[in-house]
Design a protein around this ligand. Structure first.
Ligand SMILES: NC(=O)c1ccc[n+]([C@@H]2O[C@H](COP(=O)([O-])OP(=O)(O)OC[C@H]3O[C@@H](n4cnc5c(N)ncnc54)[C@H](O)[C@@H]3O)[C@@H](O)[C@H]2O)c1
Length: 329
């Protein structure tokens, strides 16, 4: 089955390339050159993508799975620790989109052996993924070791195993890995310091894997062909958020959290899924995006990477030296 899909994928990639070449040649001869190039850049065909959504049994992950299927993804696997929710999600999606399109596998994302096992099963049925979304997570500062395991280790394992199968260095086709972080990975919550730490970790990890420096060590994307970026939702209506105040370290932390979010109304998980799907192509490697208040996502601006900062420093040193030389002369 996989061999057949490989051939189909090669043919479809060739068709896509020739379609883009024809469009490009046409645009060269046309006055609408720039408009056509923009169209080419915006080309992202969900109908040719195989996807895995970790933590896809409920909340944001479930809505992302649904949105991908709505946009035409032909093969999608949900992986989740909650078997009951997973089976429910599978039944709903299979009913709406067709039984051959969706699979559910039970696994703990923080357990590399379990996750590898279900990635392999998914590949056996659906081929190597083009898209992986790491959305499994918990918000519970009382069980902070488990929270670190789920949110950080789970994100690392989901990403590294994804790279292992998707990377061009290991016979993959390249692709996209989206790590679902949180607004609390950008703006800390004093009510949830430990959850905050895990979310800053997810953003940092995603940024580091996306470094686009020309320096060989930082250039993950050109080596692997896998774009990694982070999508950070603001408050979103899910069972995780509903349970949050009861899962703060103690009543004082819970009160701080309630004060912090006072007056804000959580967005729909559907808005996160739509926002992510809208920017999935334009998002640069290592970029961090926020989607909040049911609005259009925006990219977070950070200082440059270490190599860029070093180059700036070098430039400053050179100009300081030449100024000193000219004064001296
Ligand atoms: N809801 C919010 O306000 C909000 C805001 C920002 C970020 N987030 C992030 O979005 C992600 C999804 O959360 P949600 O709000 O949809 O919550 P949710 O509880 O509805 O969904 C989380 C899913 O992850 C699964 N999961 C938990 N631990 C797992 C594990 N070890 N292995 C596999 N699956 C596991 C759960 O069973 C569940 O299906 C989380 O990473 C969360 O931090 C949520």
């Amino acid at each position: 089955m996989v061999l057949g899909k490989r051939v189909t994928r090669i043919l479809s990639n060739l068709c896509k390339k020739s379609r883009m070449l024809v469009q490009h040649n046409f645009s060269e001869a046309s006055e609408q050159d720039s408009a056509s190039e923009e169209e080419n850049e915006a080309y992202f065909d969900f109908e040719e993508k195989t996807a895995i959504v970790n933590g896809g049994a409920s909340g944001i992950g479930f809505e992302i799975a649904k949105e991908f299927l709505q946009r035409g993804v032909p093969h999608l696997s949900i992986i989740d620790i909650d078997e009951q929710e997973g089976e429910k999600a599978l039944a709903e999606l299979a009913h709406e989109f067709g039984e051959d399109k969706v699979l559910f596998f039970e696994a703990d994302v923080a357990d590399a052996v379990q996750l590898d096992d279900v990635y392999r099963k998914s590949i056996q049925y659906h081929d190597v993924p083009d898209l992986i979304v790491n959305s499994a997570g918990i918000m519970n500062d009382t069980t902070w070791e488990k929270q670190i395991q789920t949110n950080m280790t789970g994100c690392v394992v989901g990403t590294l195993l994804g790279l292992q199968y998707m990377s061009k260095t290991s016979k993959g086709y390249g692709g996209i890995i989206v790590n679902v972080g949180s607004i609390l990975g950008i703006i800390p919550s004093s009510g949830f310091p430990l959850h905050t730490m895990t979310q800053f970790g997810i953003c940092g990890f995603s940024k580091a894997l996306g470094c686009e420096s020309e320096h060989i060590l930082g250039n993950h994307i050109s080596r692997t062909g896998v774009k990694v970026f982070a999508m950070c939702p603001g408050l979103t209506e899910t069972r995780l958020l509903n349970a949050a105040p009861a899962n703060a370290i103690n009543n004082n932390f819970a009160k701080e959290f309630v004060d912090e979010v006072y007056g804000s109304s959580p967005q729909k998980a559907k808005s996160v899924a739509k926002g992510l799907s809208d920017i999935i192509d334009e998002a640069k490697p290592g970029s961090v995006w926020v989607v909040e208040n049911d609005s259009i996502p925006y990219e977070v601006t950070y200082p440059g990477n270490i190599l860029e900062m070093r180059k700036e420093k070098d430039k400053e040193n050179i100009s300081a030296t030449s100024e000193a030389t000219s004064v001296h002369n």
